[in-house]
Design a protein around this ligand. Structure first.
Ligand SMILES: Nc1ncnc2c1ncn2[C@@H]1O[C@H](COP(=O)(O)OS(=O)(=O)O)[C@@H](OP(=O)(O)O)[C@H]1O
Length: 320
């Protein structure tokens, strides 16, 4: 009887001993992992929780702190590509259309569209030219970030209209739709029998900068905006890029040799590393021909809007 009791006790104490050994081993392994993490991996526990852990300063996504809001055909793509030459700037390459068409997809969706950043001091910029003319956008942007930096690149409104019209024309051509004629689309006759601009035709209304900026200024101050001269930018990008760097609070980093003039295209292209990037064929293509009479009429009809715009932004452009 006592022999059997002895055996049971020996078995029990061996089991206890083994359990303690296992616990001791596990604790030792855990301590080793902690030490390793602490000293070599900056305490990130990356292999334990992997994706769930937010690792500061490493491939994190953050919302843009600046938006190029427009204007359509003003030079928004070239401006975005050019500012991306700056070492502290990360850009969203495609137009997200978050604040106009994709708002219902939510902020997580928007955040996922952002590029990965590697350092906290990098800034993210997005461009969607449709933002400038969409009435819902200013309030939505303000609600997300009342300090958002807003960049508006404008261009001579008549040439912008012709450029916009040219794009609409070629889009319709591709879709085998009936083709518009600017002299017909652009004008209407009012009740008093006077000829006016057609306030329902987008290539026209997109050029009425005063109307759109007023909607933005219901939420933002003019100090939130940088107005870039698209005509100057096209001919001498560095001049306007220096203003953009300053506005974004960045050190001057873009150098003249990153801006390479392409004599065939008639435009500047951009060199980030060794590769030179020019804009696609839809930029800088030949405009649809428009008669001098239409150009003159448009110039006259835009005149009051231009003056109003200059007064609002406290800046003047030579758009004669
Ligand atoms: N460096 C460079 N390369 C190519 N194009 C340049 C450049 N700088 C300014 N531009 C002018 O940009 C105009 C197109 O404007 P956007 O990019 O805003 O167009 S869009 O609204 O995104 O479709 C485009 O207008 P169009 O010439 O009427 O096509 C260009 O004049």
């Amino acid at each position: 009887m006592s022999g059997r009791n002895n055996n049971e006790e020996v078995t029990k104490s061996m089991a206890k001993f083994s359990t303690r050994c296992v616990i001791a081993c596990l604790l030792t392994i855990a301590m080793c992992l902690l030490q390793y993490d602490l000293f070599f991996r900056n305490f990130k526990f990356k292999w334990w929780f992997d994706k769930d852990v937010i690792v500061p300063n490493q491939f994190e996504k953050k919302f843009p702190s600046a938006l190029i809001v427009g204007v359509r055909k003003g030079g928004t793509r070239a401006l975005l590509d050019a500012i991306a030459l700056h070492s502290k700037v990360k850009i969203v390459r495609r137009e997200t259309h978050f604040f106009d068409s994709n708002y219902s997809l939510g902020f997580d969706w928007y955040r996922n569209q952002m590029p990965d950043i590697e350092n906290e001091d990098e800034i993210v910029i997005e461009k969607t030219p449709a933002y400038f003319t969409n009435e819902n956008v200013p309030k939505r942007v303000y609600e997300m970030n009342p300090n958002m930096k807003l960049i508006l690149i404008v261009r001579h409104p008549v040439y912008r209209t012709v450029s916009d019209f040219t794009q609409v024309y070629y889009n319709k051509l591709e879709q085998n739709k009936s083709l518009p004629v600017l002299s017909i689309e652009a004008f209407r006759t009012n009740e008093a029998g006077q000829e006016t601009i057609n306030m329902e035709y987008k290539p026209i209304t997109n050029s009425l900068y005063d109307i759109h900026i007023s909607k933005w200024l219901q939420y933002f101050k003019t100090e939130n905006f940088l107005f870039v001269n698209g005509d100057v930018f096209r001919a001498n990008p560095l001049h306007e890029l220096r203003r953009v760097e300053e506005f974004l609070g960045l050190e001057r980093s873009i150098t003249p040799n990153q801006l390479v003039f392409d004599y065939n295209k008639g435009f500047f292209c951009f060199r980030k590393t060794t590769k030179i990037r020019c804009l696609g064929q839809s930029k800088g293509r030949k405009h649809r021909s428009v008669s001098d009479d239409v150009v003159l009429k448009l110039s006259k009809m835009f005149e009051d809007h231009n003056q109003n715009f200059f007064r609002i932004i406290n800046r003047t452009y030579s758009w004669d």
